[in-house]
Design a protein around this ligand. Structure first.
Ligand code: HEM
Length: 420
């Protein structure tokens, strides 16, 4: 890593750079110190202001009346949005007040810790099953941890919450990979552009959920599709497009993010053997381990806000309609908030990370994700005897979600009967 970086060289939004080098923590550090509100006008993108300090991101996120999520939610010529940065769906993330809270209230109860108690046992069984599947490769073996383990659990859990029957979980898995990874050649359909790949997968998802909606309309069950199908906003059922967008958001938002926290968390433990040893010795640190994994991996790279009037932050005037880009991984290494910010410490206290964002749009699935990760690390640490990397870590080509595509590991496991 070079140390002589200058402001006009910082790389913040190039997806290829993320795939090749991971998060640009050095650039973030420079920006936090020297230019916390930095005008980025390069790469033939519509310019944006990069916001990198924890306190600024918190403050902006807490003023949804002044800083809107619509119309430009992300920057970058990402396949999901095209050049405009506007999402092709209408969903919580790009609905602003006053409508936002009404839309969020439709499913909020399903995501509370109390509601999760009802599905806790199922999540636990899902994690245990994924680990057993990995064991099928042998108690001592080499596997791609992402493909064999961390990718499966989040999508299975979401599928279960939505009410998707188990035989269709693989389909869902495949479509979401293509939606999120459309910019990455590995997930792109042959002969198709990223936009075409995304569009095909999105239409397949929509059509699948349209059928499921019809089924639940006449025969409701205890699942999210049934709840949303029978929901109303101002006395009216949700229009089909909004209903589909809602499912789409839940499927996409909870999948890649949680998967990458799990993979990135294991990677951090492998790279910090003292912390791995501590985590094994102190199962009581499970919750604190998960919070540190979230801070460290910070799977969502950025979201944007658009001010409704001119504002001045740290002496910079931002005009109404311009773009502010909030970089969560930078906030989560902010030296003003975290002691020893660049060290992975599973017993970190306090840990005021904002990996789930904060304020009006704070992650709806935060309790689900936390619970999943707690279950994942409890199962892994109880059964992994040895673990090390068995090859290079391959990252996803995206500047929205920081992803690990492949992570070959060599491990030795205790058979489940011997595990704690
Ligand atoms: C480690 C895993 C996860 C991370 C890091 C994460 C991160 C985030 C972030 C940063 C936001 C935007 C917050 C803001 O603008 O202030 C968000 C929103 C959201 N997340 Fe997550 N998320 C994760 C898992 C999940 C899961 C499991 C689900 C669903 C099952 C989910 C559903 C959503 C939804 C629906 C929103 C939009 C909320 C709104 O606009 O009101 N997320 N998430």
């Amino acid at each position: 890593m070079s140390t002589a970086q200058s402001l006009d060289q910082v790389e913040l939004i190039d997806a290829v750079h993320y795939a090749e080098h991971g998060y640009p923590h050095e650039a973030f550090r420079l920006l936090r110190r020297e230019a916390p509100v930095y005008y980025f006008d390069r790469l033939s993108l519509r310019p944006f202001w990069a916001i990198t300090r924890h306190s600024d991101i918190v403050e902006i996120s807490r003023r949804p009346d002044l800083y809107l999520n619509a119309p430009r939610l992300v920057v970058g010529a990402d396949a999901l949005t095209g050049e405009s940065g506007a999402l092709p769906v209408r969903m919580l993330l790009n609905i602003d007040p006053p409508d936002h809270s009404a839309y969020r209230a439709l499913v909020n109860k399903r995501f509370t810790p109390r509601a999760l108690r009802d599905i806790a046992r199922r999540i636990d069984a899902i994690a245990s099953r994924a680990l057993d599947d990995m064991l099928a490769c042998g108690e001592e073996s080499e596997v791609d941890f992402v493909r064999e383990f961390s990718a499966k659990i989040p999508i299975w859990v979401i599928a279960e919450m939505l009410g998707v029957p188990e035989q269709d979980w693989e389909l869902l898995f495949d479509w979401t990979n293509r939606v999120l990874g459309a910019a990455d050649p590995e997930y792109r359909e042959e002969g198709k552009s990223p936009q075409e790949t995304l569009q095909t997968a999105r239409l397949a998802l929509f059509s699948y959920f349209q059928d499921l909606t019809e089924e639940r309309r006449s025969r409701p069950k205890d699942d999210l599709v049934s709840v949303l199908t029978h929901s109303q906003i101002r006395g009216e059922a949700l229009p089909v497009f909004e209903l589909m967008s809602y499912y789409f958001l839940i499927v996409v938002a909870g999948n890649e993010t949680t998967r990458n926290a799990a993979s990135g968390g294991l990677l951090a433990l492998i790279e910090n053997p003292d912390q791995l040893e501590l985590a094994r010795r102190r199962p009581d640190l499970n919750r604190s381990l998960v919070e540190e994994v979230l801070r460290w991996t910070s799977p969502v790279i950025h979201f944007c806000r658009t001010p409704v009037r001119d504002v001045t932050i740290h002496g910079q005037t931002i005009r109404a309609g311009e773009t502010l880009t909030l970089f969560y991984p930078s906030a989560n290494r902010d030296e003003f908030v975290f002691d020893d910010a660049d060290r992975f410490k599973i017993d970190r206290q306090p840990n005021r990370h904002i990996a789930f964002g904060i304020g009006e749009h704070v992650c709806l699935g935060a309790h689900v994700a936390r619970f999943e990760l707690q279950v994942i690390f409890r199962h892994l640490l109880a059964r992994l005897v040895d673990v090390e990397l068995a090859g290079p870590v391959e990252r996803l080509r995206s500047s929205i979600v920081g992803g690990i595509k492949h992570m070959p590991i060599r491990y030795r496991l205790l058979p489940s009967a011997d595990a704690a």
